[in-house]
Ligand binder design. Structure first.
Ligand code: THU
Length: 136
């Protein structure tokens, strides 16, 4: 699937965001190896800590459905849903990606308009900790 299409699905997912506290709406679209796509949005909480990011919502939905082989994720976000620049995945989401994705997993970070950046998991999470490398 073209990155542009996955970014469009991430923008759609962003409209589902529940972000009454920060006002930052975030959307993600996760492409599975079998071609299916899972959307995710951020879901905030009055206690702040339980907030779930858009990327993790998408990944957890997919894992619940039995998917574990992922190709790429597109992420967009911005204040009140206005995308004015890049909204890169937080550190916790990067670590969750590490659990299921290989080094060449692609992250498309959408910007204003049709702008986007394509980075691999190895690029955004170098020297990472993962079960396969450290617990054998
Ligand atoms: N957020 C995401 O959804 N994904 C990220 O990777 C970074 C942060 C959300 C969490 C919170 O609801 C809002 O953005 C502001 O931090």
């Amino acid at each position: 699937m073209a990155p542009e299409k996955l970014l469009e699905l991430a923008r759609e997912a962003m409209t589902r965001a529940y972000a009454p506290y920060s006002g930052y709406k975030v959307g993600a679209a996760l492409l599975c190896a079998d071609g299916t796509v899972y959307g995710g949005c951020n879901i905030e909480n009055a206690a702040y800590g339980p907030t779930n990011c858009a990327e993790r919502t998408a990944i957890f939905k997919a894992v619940f459905d039995g998917k574990r082989d992922f190709t790429a994720i597109a992420v967009v976000g911005g204040k009140d849903g206005q995308i004015t620049g890049a909204f890169p995945p937080c550190g916790v989401c990067r670590q969750v990606m590490r659990e299921f994705c290989r080094d060449d997993f692609l992250i498309y970070i959408g910007g204003a308009g049709d702008d986007y950046q394509a980075l691999t998991l190895a690029q955004i999470l170098p020297h990472s900790f993962s079960a396969s490398e450290h617990m054998t």
